[in-house]
Design a protein around this ligand. Sequence first.
Ligand code: SF4
Length: 442
Amino acid sequence: MPTAIEIFKHLPKKNCGECKNPTCLAFAMQLANNKAKLDDCPYLSDAGRNALASSSAPPIRLVRVGSGKNVVDMGDETELYRHDKRFFHPTALALRVNDMMSADELGKKLGHARSLRFERVGQVLKLDMIEAECRSGDATKFASFVQSVASMTDWPLVLRCKDASIMNAAVAVVKDRRPLLHGADESNVKEMAAVAKGASCPLVLCSADLGRLADLVEMARKEGVEDLVLDPMPATMKESLERCTVIRRSAIRKTFRGLGFPIYLSTPATQEGTLMALTAVMKYGSLLSFDELPSAQALPLMVLRQNIYTDPQVPIQVKADLYPVNNPGPDAPILFTTNFSLTYFTVLSDIEKSKVPVWLQVIDTEGLSVLTSYSAGKLTAEAVQKALLASNAKERTTKGVLIIPGMVARMSVKLNEATGLKIVVGPKESSGIPKFLRSMNG
Ligand code: SF4
């Protein structure tokens, strides 16, 4: 990785500021720290661009598996800690099937894979990939099995096999799906790299020794394969955490290209395997493969993934609007909350539980919760009135009642003045809504 001064030598030195840095030297320092892109400078010469191309490449290579709309992107991460900016590509989850399964077993397992689908705060959480493993050692059998799996599902595929000739036969039937090939190690890296290169597919390199893993990267690159994924083969949660952290730290902090690739982990179907998977979602697994993934394990894993990979600076939001809940008519009250997704879905669910008809007015608070947005001056009486006008709420209900969150009871007077509605202070916690609404109705 060149230093800022070495980068500076290749810059145009116009100090024009168009790259949003006051000087070319400042831009060079940003580039050296992977906080800027070469394209930000419109005046860079071709010679300078070529010379600096390696320094502008992401510290962890972006690897795409799949084709068309069914793709999984891995890598291209820039941070060691999520709070420094964000993590970009959520850990992909794959369920493994193997060619010793009967057609019935395969159908059942793929059916289970499809059932791993949950909705949370307006987002769908689901499985991402299917991994087909060769256990038979028979090229024809494995190729036919891979063909069956591919015909039964659209998911991006991982093909797992250590024999390059068997892998070659299987890849041939799903080449257009651009599967990820797993199984290159010290014994077969040249042959597996030749298969990956021939089919233009990404390749997983396997070694429990990180130094040797970097050597495998070098060898695969010499054979012409750049889209690589690393399998550090941990047997325990401790090993997984240590190896993933060393890989990520080397790539991000030292810009060591030899380990600058996404990480694949195979997690055993044990309690430790579950812990390994949870840890790997946080640090720094790109793809986790499971022999078994029961719903009770998948849901917390997916929820954790959703939380870790949500941009901490951009809360998940819902559209600010008026939502009918429990089939309200003109005699139903209006209840408001903010557009922070978690708040909205919690309040919505509690109103639904009450079975009392309500018009739910969502206020745009830039994704902040009730108390935070009130404290930040985004949840004001004026903002509520503006939202009520925009949604024609007062035309849709003649009851003239606005229920407000108990946390912002002090807004009552101003809200009454701004909206002309009778203000009723609701419960402080959303969980109190069902009892509150039923008592109001009764
Ligand atoms: Fe220098 Fe290019 Fe930035 Fe202008 S846009 S200040 S020339 S690096």
